[in-house]
Design a protein around this ligand. Sequence first.
Ligand SMILES: Nc1ncnc2c1ncn2[C@@H]1O[C@H](COP(=O)(O)OP(=O)(O)OP(=O)(O)O)[C@@H](O)[C@H]1O
Ligand SMILES: [Mg+2]
Length: 339
Amino acid sequence: MIRLENVHVRHKARGGGLFRHDSVHALTDATLEVAKGEIVGLVGESGCGKSTLARVLTGLQKPTEGTVRFRGEDLWKMPAARRRKEFGASVGVVFQDPSTALNPRMSVGRVLRDPLDVHDRGTEREREERVGELLDLVGLPGHTLRALPGQLSGGQRQRVAIARALALEPDVIVADEPTSALDVSVRAQVLNLLVDLRARLGLGMVFISHDIQTVRHLADRLAVLYLGRIVEEGPARGVSAAPVHPYTEALFSATPSLLEHTERIILTGPVPSAVNPPSGCPFRTRCWKADDACATAFPAPDSAPDGHRWHCVHPLTQDGPPSHPVPSAFPAHTARSTS
Ligand SMILES: Nc1ncnc2c1ncn2[C@@H]1O[C@H](COP(=O)(O)OP(=O)(O)OP(=O)(O)O)[C@@H](O)[C@H]1O
Ligand SMILES: [Mg+2]
């Protein structure tokens, strides 16, 4: 459906002053594919480029370099009108905060009608019917149509946002932290709704969340980002249960599962600046396996037959639970403990 090839996104650094010409490396050399009906989870610390990747996938952000393919065709070489019409209708977006994502002055009915009007779908009558259908699909009662977003609860608003994303029958939904602005009590409901819709409509989905355990259970495939780079990617089970990149191991060990005994790796020290990322592997400044070889170049991809791919000079072995003794020359800002 959508394929990113060697995509880079650089922003002008905020602030300015002396460093006016610096740029933020929000995304570096990202290659990723989203197939029909598949859930791809994106994980990584705050600022690592997840939202940037989501914006590229939805055509909201034009890459500084690299290609975005939509059904094989170069998205940014399509005439703008076709890009809006075809790509715009095929990819739905759900953002983090439903209170800002919806126009406060538009009734729910109009919010849901709007994409149908803009894309000139069906007759007047058919549009009315479709709006009713969408409301049913996300489990909202009919009287919600006349309500303004401000009169709904957070969970209801996010249901409206999801219904709007589904209006044009997209093939893929990109959901960037769709539950993080919601009360814990309604998070599960909204998640279940997304999973249910995926099953019923055969939707593909790109799912971004800080809740790593949720992402790993929901996703078919996982991509792990660190400082703008996809450092590891592959089947969700393999990536979470037998990570190959030390960063992935640290990330998953930080939220231990109740069932398995995990050795907890605590990463301390700051994430390096995205304005001046470290040479070579960006994780080497916090990695307990790093040596001089890691500083020379970003490691070439390596892969397993199941499509699991990673970029690491010192990959963790794939057989058995990893056990890495703390080396004596362990950097002071990285520590390990057992939980
Ligand atoms: N418009 C912009 N101008 C300058 N820098 C930006 C801009 N948008 C994002 N960035 C920077 O790009 C990097 C990636 O940001 P992004 O929002 O993609 O991260 P994220 O992984 O979504 O983080 P979070 O988990 O906090 O949402 C960050 O360093 C961020 O400060
Ligand atoms: Mg984000």
